[in-house]
Ligand binder design. Structure first.
Ligand SMILES: Cc1ncc(COP(=O)(O)O)c(C=O)c1O
Length: 399
């Protein structure tokens, strides 16, 4: 008689992973792509990704580098020429002096967060973030056993920007270890006023907190540009990327600007966590600084899309956050649905338009909101808004 084999139990995933929530925008993208595979004509307004291709100059630079066949590791902190080029851009764009030594090349800004958070904070650290905000902050902090301290922003909270006063009030209740600001913001597009950014920097200095500034949407503004935190807070940690303005999401390349004291600790972390950022992406990124004409044409397209989307939303009586920059409209849909998850699900199923539910960005009040991305083509924006009008007029939504 044969004895059935004993199958040893599979070890369980760590409890840490259970604290990391799914990214609903990615889940919506999968659902929308599955529908498209079945032949549905889907308008993608869910994902924060430029529809324009990588500009010509970076493509050419990467092709030339690839032809050499020499594609190896680089220094853990990045190619010196790229670090220098980025440092120079701070003088050109903001009149701020940055030493190339302070610039660290990372695997997208996502890789930069890991390095910055690990270098700046201990386990259990408490970091203030605007809510709604970019969901990965909370997820990375959870994975690293750090805590997100939500600072609610919005029409009902005196404005869409996080203020020094609101942060000070929270830190009086229980001390903080850091503040993470993001301007322009995802999902609201709000650009922080330079004086408010300076006030937050001053508060951080006074209380000995790290200020981390996510500047990934810099370059994408439709009025006054965003200012860098480094202009008033030279010891801020700045996180940036080639993903958005430079249309290079898939190259997975970004950078940090950090105070001198963090350079060596981050180098030690980067050596072991990543060894280096992909060589070809670094070569392409350096050439992206020579592609500004092409990139400004892309930005002009977003500006046209923004007008189409904001005008249509206003005509439909839907309120949005200011959308000063980035490529998002964060919309209050509570008049039409008690739960924006359900609203988004039905909008996709019945009208074929994919948008992102607000719960991705705000676990408290996100059920009232949805995010529309206007990073796609003009046709997508026009058709998406036409379908929204019909959907609101014909679907039996909340009475
Ligand atoms: C505010 C913000 N920061 C960071 C990222 C991550 O970008 P990446 O890792 O591609 O640089 C995103 C992506 O959508 C974002 O919206």
């Amino acid at each position: 008689m044969s004895v059935p084999p004993v199958i040893p139990p599979v070890p369980a995933p760590s409890r840490r992973t259970a604290r990391v929530a799914p990214f609903l925008a990615m889940d919506v993208l999968s659902a929308a792509r599955a529908k498209a595979r079945q032949g549905a004509d889907i308008m993608h307004m869910e994902i924060g990704q430029p529809s324009a291709p990588t500009p010509r100059r970076p493509l050419e630079a990467a092709r030339a580098a690839m032809a050499s066949g020499q594609i190896g590791y680089t220094e853990a902190l990045g190619l010196p020429s790229l670090r220098e080029r980025i440092a120079r851009s701070y003088q050109d764009l903001y009149g701020v002096s940055v030493d190339a030594e302070q610039v660290i090349i990372t695997t997208g800004s996502s890789g930069g967060f890991m390095l910055a958070f690990l270098a700046a904070f201990e386990t259990g650290a408490r970091i203030a973030c605007a809510c709604p905000g970019y969901p990965a902050y909370r997820n990375i902090f959870n994975a690293l056993e750090m805590e997100t301290v939500d600072i609610p922003v919005g029409a009902a909270n005196g404005g869409w920007s996080m203020t020094a006063a609101a942060i000070a009030a929270v830190s009086r209740l229980r001390p903080l270890d850091g503040v993470l600001v993001m301007s322009p913001s995802n999902p609201t597009g709000v650009i922080a006023r330079p004086d408010e950014l300076a006030a937050i920097g001053a508060l951080c200095r006074e209380q000995g907190l790290w200020l981390i500034s996510d500047e990934i949407y810099h370059g994408l503004h439709y009025g006054a540009p965003a200012s860098t935190a480094l202009a008033t807070t030279p010891d801020a940690i700045v996180v940036n990327s080639f993903s958005k303005y430079y249309c290079m999401t898939g190259w997975r390349i970004g950078w940090l600007v950090v105070p001198q004291a963090l350079v060596r600790p981050i180098e030690r972390l980067a050596q072991s966590l990543f060894i280096s950022t992909p060589f070809l992406s670094q070569v392409a990124a350096e050439a992206a600084f020579d592609a500004i004409d092409e990139l400004e044409a892309v930005r002009a397209g977003y500006a046209r899309n923004r007008d189409i989307v904001l005008n249509a939303l206003a005509d439909l009586g839907l309120e949005t956050a200011p959308a000063d920059g980035a490529f998002y409209a964060y919309v209050d849909v509570s008049r039409h649905a008690a739960d924006s998850m359900e609203f988004c699900r039905r909008f996709l199923d019945e009208a074929g338009v994919a948008i992102t539910p607000g719960l991705d960005f705000d676990p408290h009040r996100g059920a009232h909101f949805a995010r529309f991305s206007f990073a796609g083509s003009q046709e997508t924006c026009v058709e998406g808004m036409a379908r929204l009008k019909t959907f609101l007029a014909t679907a039996s939504l909340r009475a």
